[in-house]
Design a binder for this molecule. Sequence first.
Ligand SMILES: NC(=O)c1ccc[n+]([C@@H]2O[C@H](COP(=O)([O-])OP(=O)(O)OC[C@H]3O[C@@H](n4cnc5c(N)ncnc54)[C@H](O)[C@@H]3O)[C@@H](O)[C@H]2O)c1
Ligand SMILES: O=C(O)C[C@H](O)C(=O)O
Ligand SMILES: [Mg+2]
Length: 596
Amino acid sequence: MASLDFAQANIKQAQHHASPLVPRLPSTTSGDFDTANTPEVRKYLRTYGLTPPAVESFEVQAKRCLNLLALKPTPIEKYQYLTHLRATNVHLFYRLLSENIKELTPLIYTPTVGEACVRWSEIYTQPEGLYLSYTDKGNLHTILQNWPHNVEISVVTDGSRILGLGDLGVNGMGIPVGKLALYTACAGIRPTATLPLQLDLGTNNKALWEDPLYMGSRVPKISPEEERDFLDELMAALTEKWPGIVIQFEDFKNPFPALERYRDTYTCFNDDVQGTGAVIVGGFINAVRHSGVPAKGHRAIFLGAGSAGVGVAKQIVEYFMKEGLTEDEARKKFWFVDSNGLVTSDRGDKLADHKVYFARDDNEGKQIQSLGRLIDYVKPTILMGLSTIGGAFNRDILQRMAALNDRPIIFPLSNPSSKSECTFEEAIKYTEGRALFASGSPFPSLDFGGKNLTPGQGNNMYVFPGIGLGAILSKAVSVTQDMIYASAESLSTALNPQEVADGWLYPDIRRIREVSVTVTRGVIRAAQDNGVDRELAIRNLTDGQLDEYIRARMYNPFNERENVEDEVAQLVATASGLSQETNGHATNGVRAAAHL
Ligand SMILES: NC(=O)c1ccc[n+]([C@@H]2O[C@H](COP(=O)([O-])OP(=O)(O)OC[C@H]3O[C@@H](n4cnc5c(N)ncnc54)[C@H](O)[C@@H]3O)[C@@H](O)[C@H]2O)c1
Ligand SMILES: O=C(O)C[C@H](O)C(=O)O
Ligand SMILES: [Mg+2]
């Protein structure tokens, strides 16, 4: 069959259909089939008869879902069930998620999302986002027209560094899908306002080329110059189509060029560099308080000198400077280790640009390879893991840290759990319960020394939802470094008195929506201070008023049914008035008039 170009396709479609086809993506339109809908609502939505007759309470719906979930034997099957639920009843999915955030997050996000990405092409069943290939260059704006909703935020990846799992090509789509589900669950961004975006720019993972089920292009990854030109077109197209859009870059192997190029021109940020930096600083501020050692007295070894490691260290430098250190004093508190050993300026290899700032020049010619020897040399108070090397903080390493410190700060941050540099249990066991601990992926609580200990989870989900919502609500023209830092500071203040008394580094994840309000407020205030906000009406609100403003704009899956019920009641009241003021639901109004 001869292929059509995009312009011809549009003409052909117009000839065949009275109105252009509007694709309806299951994952964002399925609220119509909520079994909680009343008969009136079902008539209004023209779904009457398409669901079983009972009108169900959330308690009944949740019971069925949790029973079904319990029947699924493996995490990936639970992930698939939850994906199916989102596709068939989006509001119920978010009700269930918000009521069970601690239990369900590991199933829709790290660690299970790691397996989902590895097996994406094998388990693919339905569209959940937008895919753009390098061969689509020149047509990106046209393809964006296929997306059926008004977008406020997009998470975009090229799949080249998915968690600590390497280059997964288009199988990386699980990450934008998962992160955007958290934007909705944690910060109440409407599901229809989110766009998961997977770029198909080739892959250097040869195993994917060989995989008959792989759903991306079997070509090598394009060059950095080609990627820059492609991203230039993409950023312009996204912003032209949705002028207020916030764009979050995620899991790019080399995220620095795009961040530098677009951070002042578009409303965008990179979560691996900036979000990670912020969430770790948020917990780190509390860890420093608990350590009993003032900021000046700390020394940090970072295993892993990639985008996340450097992003975290740069923001800790900012924190140290606020605590009174000079920039040079702060910078010298870090010793980075990459796959070639201690990062020094005289190591003999060409350091990647992002490592140069932290390269040691006081090593007197010594090049240290072993982490154990480096610990003896540096005598660190802090050990951070962003290396993707599971188990790298072994018993010997942890015992060395315990011997040096009363309260060693141990943050194994690589994801998913299999890549974590140590488990919570190991950190507690080998430091006799003294470690101040946070990991990237979740670990269970445990009993030690007569106490029940809960691990901190220094995962970006504490900050990126608030950064995104803050940028959307303030209508920020760009996401400034002060907005990112404000998210960290706000997070560090979001613990309640009990959490502080229990020595926690992060708030209870079950309070994430409230935490996100605090983070969002901090981000909005920083946008206002920097003068990058365009929503001038909220500048004069008090903090309390601003919190209310934020809460009122958060999607609440429990209110969705009432919202539709209100619409139906209004419609019935105005009888054949067919008031078109019903918030853009004019087509529903027409449907309802015909069937009530
Ligand atoms: N808050 C979080 O939970 C969070 C946020 C972002 C990233 N991460 C995790 O951090 C990890 C790293 O992410 P990134 O973006 O920096 O990746 P990256 O690929 O940019 O960096 C990985 C770094 O690890 C180093 N490394 C590899 N093997 C090593 C070895 N044997 N010894 C020492 N260093 C070694 C590499 O040289 C590189 O510097 C990933 O697992 C990611 O999932 C966690
Ligand atoms: O996605 C996460 O869980 C954190 C982070 O963005 C990562 O890449 O590991
Ligand atoms: Mg990431």
